[in-house]
Design a protein around this ligand. Sequence first.
Ligand code: TYM
Length: 340
Amino acid sequence: AERVFSGVQPTGNLHLGNYLGAIVKFVELQRTHDCIYCVVDLHAITVPQNPLELKASIREVTAAFIASGVDPSQHIIFNQSQVAEHAELAWVFNCVARMGWLNRMTQFKEKAGKDRENASVGLYAYPCLMAADILLYRATHVPVGEDQKQHLELARDIAQKFNLDYAASIAANGHGEAFFPLPEPLIQGPATRVMSLRDGAKKMSKSDPSDYSRINLSDDADAIAQKVRKAKTDPEPLPSDVEGLAKRPEADNLVGIYAALNGETKPEVLKTFGGANFSAFKSALVDLAVAKIGPIGAEMKRLKDDAAYIDGVLTDGAARAKLIARENMAAVKDILGFVR
Ligand code: TYM
């Protein structure tokens, strides 16, 4: 059976990139799949976190899922640390993955920077935990932004190596030819890599020091309008086809954002706005972004005051996730030859 899994880190400043690259897809996939959406707090502590802010961020991401339209009565929303099997399976995968595989991970290189000796071991092993998140539920489809593609490939490599290394035991335990599916990344549409509003060469990110670089899901209409109006552009009017967006990263980014928010393709947007100048296009983008993002921010604010409800959703979700996790982890232990 097909199953969707994805995760979002509770590290503050959820933004339009997270929304268009991932959360919008979470909502869509609910119609066709069983979905599990995880607030990955174990991943968050691979870099230093303030405990009080972490707690608030876990609740904020949960609120963002619900405010965006994820239905916790039909699907599962939970935070990773409440299901200990994530850490348990991650250890097994630390022993399956090769050093050479992890050495190739570009996100580690970016995040560790020059001072690699001082990066946490957790930051290095991060992709093994991510593989464990997905494979603990034997999930088949993983909606993510473009920046997670390499991690998904690693998860597939881990699943494949486990299936091969333990093939005899997998068969002997009655699981046939393979225990883990090879999870497929779902990276589609016009906004799989939303760029900074200040610099079309940089990804929109939670950690950019300039708040003008991103639209936060919690931004109100005034903030959204200001940020879009100040967004960097070039002096040319919009082109009439996508070829005209080549070498114009800021224009390309804004057109992609408009398309994703409006459920259109870039060519469709350019059919409407080709030849228009940026002030006209930005006005339309402000209206659209305020209409789509404004209500989510307002609902997040409302939910924020109801920590009991949010914590209830997480605890209920964890209990349901745990049922699946426990069964699969027991099977993994049998396959490995652990006595239990
Ligand atoms: P995280 O928390 O950095 O981002 C959450 C989701 O948002 C996407 N995203 C973007 N998409 C488009 N444009 C952007 N500028 C942009 N920035 C972020 C990310 O691709 C992601 O889908 N390692 C993951 C969390 C994770 C996970 C998992 C995901 C942990 N375990 C298992 C899937 C399955 C991360 O750090 O995402």
